[in-house]
Design a binder for this molecule. Structure first.
Ligand SMILES: [Fe+2]
Length: 275
């Protein structure tokens, strides 16, 4: 398991086209992974990722006009955050949600689910599994039969998440957060966010010319750059992070991330509460 600050570069992650029917027109989609389990578990870039015993994080790219086949079922909670484009989410009994940029779909364990692109923009969808799953354990169901479940998919819309400015919101360190999924210590939106004792999932936005500096206490943290450009200060080194690069901070280290773009730096932050 990773015990040091680690950077995963988007440019090093070869897209994986091996999921169910992913190379057929109408179903075309590819995955990359920044954080995932050891050999045998969902992890499409095992040579580059941050290894975790708790969760997996990556992106699915799906061009306009494609969809996941049928519905499928996982052994863990799966969470989608839309970065680009718009999707329609379906379950096994006809419930539908429309999710656009920075909206989140929370799919509880065992709930059949699938998405298709909506509109004229390619979809980039961040996926987070709140536990490890072995390759092949997901079950795909296709055909007209209903696939009922005991639970339901939740849509957490960005418009319902009120930004919370950090206590340290002084000039130079101005940033705000919202929670889609809320852990023990980091619930910025307790009225809307889905509670979890396994992970916290946040959007953290740092203003231009400002930075985040804080120690890592609650659990290992992975930041994925969704927009803008960051500089990470690691000991005496400075490292530039671009869109879809990720940086991992284990407990006991310190975060120092600075926005160097003209637009705000938007980071998706995943905290492993069980780490
Ligand atoms: Fe899934």
């Amino acid at each position: 398991m990773a015990d040091r600050i680690q950077i995963v570069r988007h440019r090093d992650l070869l897209p994986f086209w091996g999921v169910k029917r992913a190379t057929e027109p109408g179903f075309m989609r590819s995955l990359i992974t920044w954080m995932g389990g050891p050999e045998g578990y969902i992890n499409t870039n095992i040579e580059h990722v941050v290894e975790s015993q708790h969760c997996a994080v990556g992106v699915m790219d799906m061009a306009v006009g494609n969809r996941q086949p049928g519905v499928h079922v996982h052994t863990m909670n799966e969470i989608y955050v839309i970065l680009d484009g718009q999707v329609e989410s379906i379950d096994g009994v006809g419930n539908k949600h429309i999710a656009g940029p920075l909206d989140c779909l929370f799919i509880p364990t065992g709930v059949p689910h699938g998405v298709r692109t909506v509109g004229d923009q390619d979809v980039k969808l961040l996926w987070i599994n709140d536990d490890l799953e072995k390759w092949g354990a997901a079950v795909y169901l296709e055909g007209p039969d209903p696939a009922p479940a005991e639970n339901e998919i939740s849509l957490i819309e960005m418009k319902d998440l009120e930004s919370r400015w950090s206590n340290s919101a002084v000039p130079g360190e101005m940033h705000w957060n919202v929670n889609w999924v809320a852990g023990r210590e980091t619930d910025h939106n307790s009225d809307v966010a889905v509670p979890s004792d396994r992970i916290s999932l946040e959007l953290c936005v740092v203003q231009p010319a400002n930075r985040i500096r804080e120690p890592v206490r609650d659990g290992n943290q992975l930041f994925v750059v969704a927009k803008g450009q960051a500089v990470a200060k690691i000991d005496q080194d400075t490292v530039v992070l671009d869109r879809q690069d990720a940086i991992f901070f284990p407990i006991g280290t310190s975060i120092d991330l600075r926005c160097i773009s003209d637009e705000p730096l938007a980071l998706v932050k995943i905290v492993e509460l069980s780490s």
